[in-house]
Design a protein around this ligand. Structure first.
Ligand code: PHE
Length: 466
């Protein structure tokens, strides 16, 4: 869910695009968080339902699992050498330059498309990742007098048009981390690395130990270093990056088992398998992802790499002067693992039965208070003739369901797709499961929602219901 580069979606091929949500009544301007933005019928695809999440700031709400996890990671990383400056209140509205161009994300990258990203107009969008703020934070570090304070952590809400299921929500939280060193003082990098390694050893002397079993192919094959760095710099910097992320994973899971085990056991050791995978991001080289083995599958938690010199130059650093790393991790996914939260919508619930369970700020498992039954509806339709065809992406269908049913929808799945060989018509069938986390919903209510979804799909995309 997190990695910008690994997003691929069903595109139902297109001829022209019409914008869905305000198509009949797109206002000339949108007032978001106290500022006015001009709309643009070719670009604007934010919906009132999405905009209602701006300013919710779950990551700053006392005792909310996202906030607890953010604080835990900030404290863990700063417990080593107190180097990270924290930024937790950047506005989610950024320019295409901040979100994409500055990071060298190619113009044809799928992450830029209107089917994946919420645009306010041609130039402004809801950030799709916290990397959108890297440049200003690097620049900010450059201006600081205290040269030893050379790292930052940014936590914020990010927005992506996406599928609907228990782990995907169009708004989620990321934490971006970065650290830099002057190349003229490699001794500092070396001592920072040994402090970090000592910290990892120290944790192992504690009561509840997470032993990380790490798979890591450290060769540069297929993931080359940047030319301006020496092998030694590459080696030190990438080790500092990897150990920092391993430290935060280890601490977070140690906190979890601390609350699972009884007080009279002297020491417990739990093994956790993690692996580093080579990958690529346009603004880091080399680049990696870390995955953790959890409940029988590899889960990706974080993308990272050594910052490309180009980003540092744009932020005002002297050529060949600085090396560093950056990571971006998904807070919701880690919080769901740690607090055993089965459905991402729970993070957004206002139900006290959820919030009262986390009042002490500890990492404890969520106890379901009630499981309200779901109600399934299938929606089968023909795509229209070419002459009436309007571009339709699977995410457009998701968006209609989201804007009609909000948090009353648990999942939407394509269950059938076929093309008639003779008439060349395409039929799709989606299964929608309506279900609330907080209450019972009546059949009547579900019928009404389903009707609204179908009406919108017909009127905006000319589909023919079957
Ligand atoms: N922003 C990337 C994502 O959302 C993660 C990342 C951050 C990768 C920083 C490299 C460096 O997938």
């Amino acid at each position: 869910m997190i990695v910008l580069l690994s997003r691929s979606k069903t595109f139902i091929p297109s001829f022209r695009r019409v914008f869905a949500y305000y198509s009949t009544s797109l206002p000339n301007t949108l007032d978001i968080a106290g500022k006015k933005y001009d709309t643009d019928s070719n670009y604007t695809n934010v919906t009132p339902s999405i905009l209602s999440h701006v300013n919710e700031n779950l990551h700053l709400r006392k005792h909310h699992p996202i906030n607890t996890l953010r604080e835990l990671i900030e404290n863990t990383l700063n417990s080593v050498d107190n180097t990270f400056k924290t930024y937790n209140s950047f506005s989610p509205i950024v320019t295409t330059y901040q979100n994409f161009d500055v990071l060298d994300i190619p113009v044809d990258h799928p992450g830029r498309s209107k089917s994946d990203t919420y645009y306010i107009n041609k130039d402004y969008l809801l950030r799709t990742h916290t990397s959108a703020h890297e440049l200003e934070c690097f620049h900010d570090l450059l201006l600081q007098e205290n040269i030893t304070n050379r790292g930052f952590l940014i936590s914020a809400d990010v927005y992506r048009r996406d599928e609907i299921d228990r782990t995907h929500y169009p708004v989620f939280y990321q934490m971006e981390g970065a650290r830099i060193w002057d190349r003229s003082s490699l001794a500092l990098l070396k001592s920072d690395l040994s402090k970090l390694e000592n910290k990892l050893l120290d944790i192992d002397k504690g009561k509840n130990i997470i032993r990380l079993i790490v798979q890591d192919d450290v060769s540069l094959e297929g993931n080359p270093k940047q030319n301006y760095m020496t092998m030694e710099e590459y080696d030190l910097c990438s080790r500092h990056l990897k150990r920092s992320i391993e430290l935060l994973i280890k601490q977070a899971f140690a906190q979890k088992i601390k609350n699972m085990t009884t007080a009279d056991i002297n020491q417990t050791t739990t093994e956790l398998n993690v692996r580093w995978i080579k990958t690529s991001f346009p603004w880091t080289a080399p680049s990696w992802e870390i995955e953790v083995w959890w409940n029988g599958e590899w889960l990706e938690l974080c993308g990272c790499g050594l910052i490309k010199q180009d980003v540092l130059l744009k932020a005002g650093y002297r050529s060949d002067s600085t090396i560093g790393w950056a990571f971006g991790l998904g807070l919701d996914r880690i919080a769901m693992l740690l607090f055993e939260i089965p459905d991402i919508r729970l993070l957004w619930t206002k139900d006290e039965r959820f919030h009262q369970q986390f009042r002490d700020g500890a990492i404890t498992s969520f106890k379901p208070y009630s499981k309200y039954p779901g109600s399934m509806r299938d929606m089968a339709f023909w795509l229209p003739d070419e002459s009436l065809y309007v571009e339709l992406h699977e995410n457009d269908i998701m968006e209609i369901v989201r804007s009609v049913a909000g948090n009353l929808v648990e999942s939407v799945k394509l269950i059938d797709k076929y093309r008639t060989p003779d008439t060349n018509r395409t039929s799709l069938c989606y299964r929608i499961n309506y279900q609330s986390m907080d209450r019972n919903i009546t059949n009547q209510e579900v019928n009404k929602l389903q009707e609204l979804v179908q009406d919108q799909l017909m009127s905006k995309y000319n589909v023919i219901l079957r």
